[in-house]
Design a protein around this ligand. Structure first.
Ligand SMILES: NC(=O)c1ccc[n+]([C@@H]2O[C@H](COP(=O)([O-])OP(=O)(O)OC[C@H]3O[C@@H](n4cnc5c(N)ncnc54)[C@H](O)[C@@H]3O)[C@@H](O)[C@H]2O)c1
Length: 322
């Protein structure tokens, strides 16, 4: 392993998942949090997500010998599905329990957390001022060798590079939710990122069982959301303009492309609040009569009825009571 000490700033949904995958793959991992209150909020999340990771491993035993296993096994947890056996999974469970117990640390002191760090992954709230604030407070505490990454979903690294004190060693390393299953890592530098550092981050992503997806330049939304957002928006337009109903639109997409899920099934997974927030950011969201405005109103009606997607038990589809 090339990276020994990993620091994750922020103990939210994604920060915890990133830190646990780092520890799962044997890296000494420190969560840098800001207060005792944050420790109180992050500790149960660490317990919850480590439990989910361990049960995902246990469930994988049922997939051995099943031809579907190759598509559905948790790719962030098992490197080589072809050589997976019951014994190997038991070994991984034991190793994961040991790593979660021994390699996960929580620290409130910036200097102590950052000493000796090979890589720091900032996964704090999507708030530019908060990100700038933390970069300013850690810039002089990181060692020469430390690489600083951001997991920001919507903001470009060039916006922050000047505050980091190490623009050449700063770039985006963007994960997806439930990273033990959806093990993508979109890697995006800004114009000043050192290509050698970029390559090191590609190697780090591989070390923690992610599939590195390399961007050659900055792009808002990275690769996935640059395709997904317009696709979902087009589907919602067909629905809002009463061209077809969500079931038919989904069926068309599945039959026409062989995809496993249609846009409204995906929207139910993403959550309608997120779709609504994206809709409201569009320039014509308030323009009465526009398609975007109609989509916003329809989404809002569903949200007000509590139909926000899979997590709520109902969205465009009914998933049974939660
Ligand atoms: N949720 C997702 O699906 C997802 C996916 C990919 C990337 N991201 C990105 O990951 C980052 C975090 O998202 P999240 O969903 O985990 O958010 P979250 O709200 O669950 O967690 C944010 C964390 O940041 C902490 N924080 C805020 N200000 C801080 C400060 N000054 N110092 C230290 N910690 C501070 C909060 O206490 C909280 O624990 C965001 O940049 C987001 O764009 C999120």
């Amino acid at each position: 392993m090339d990276f020994n000490k990993v620091v994750v700033i922020g103990g939210g949904v994604l920060g915890v998942q990133i830190g646990l995958l780092s520890a799962y793959t044997g890296h000494d991992t420190t969560f840098l949090l800001r207060s005792e209150g944050s420790i109180g909020r992050t500790t149960p999340k660490i317990e919850r997500y480590s439990g989910l990771i361990l049960s995902a491993l246990e469930q994988t035993k049922g997939l051995i010998g099943n031809p579907m296993g190759t598509y559905t096994y948790p790719k962030g947890l098992i490197r080589d599905w072809n050589s997976a056996t019951l014994e190997e999974i038991d070994r991984l469970v034991g190793e994961a329990k040991r790593n979660f117990a021994e390699k996960v640390h929580i620290e409130l002191d910036n200097a102590k957390a950052l000493a000796g760090a090979d890589i720091v992954i900032e996964s704090m709230s999507e708030d530019p001022e908060a990100k700038i604030g933390i970069y300013r407070s850690i810039r002089d505490l990181m060692e020469e060798k430390t690489i600083l990454c951001t997991n920001s979903s919507t903001m470009l690294p060039s916006r922050f590079a000047e505050y980091t004190g190490r623009p050449d060693r700063y770039l985006a390393l963007h994960f997806a939710n439930t990273i033990w299953k959806n093990n993508t890592a979109e890697i995006m530098g800004h114009a000043g990122t050192d290509p050698a550092v970029y390559e090191r981050v590609v190697a780090f992503a591989q070390e923690i069982n992610m599939i590195p997806l390399q961007l050659h330049k900055e792009q808002p939304g990275y690769i996935l959301n640059s395709m997904l957002v317009p696709f979902l928006s087009a589907a919602q337009g067909l629905w809002a303009n009463e061209v077809a109903d969500p079931e038919t639109i989904d069926l068309t997409w599945r039959l026409g492309t062989g995809a496993a899920a249609g846009p409204f099934q995906i929207l139910d997974i993403v959550g309608l609040e997120t779709a609504y927030n994206i809709n409201q950011m569009k320039p014509d969201a308030k323009e009465e009569g526009s398609t975007i405005n109609r989509i916003g109103k329809l989404l809002k009606e569903k949200i007000d009825r509590g139909e926000t997607g899979v997590n709520a038990g109902k969205g465009f589809y009914d998933y049974g009571k939660k």
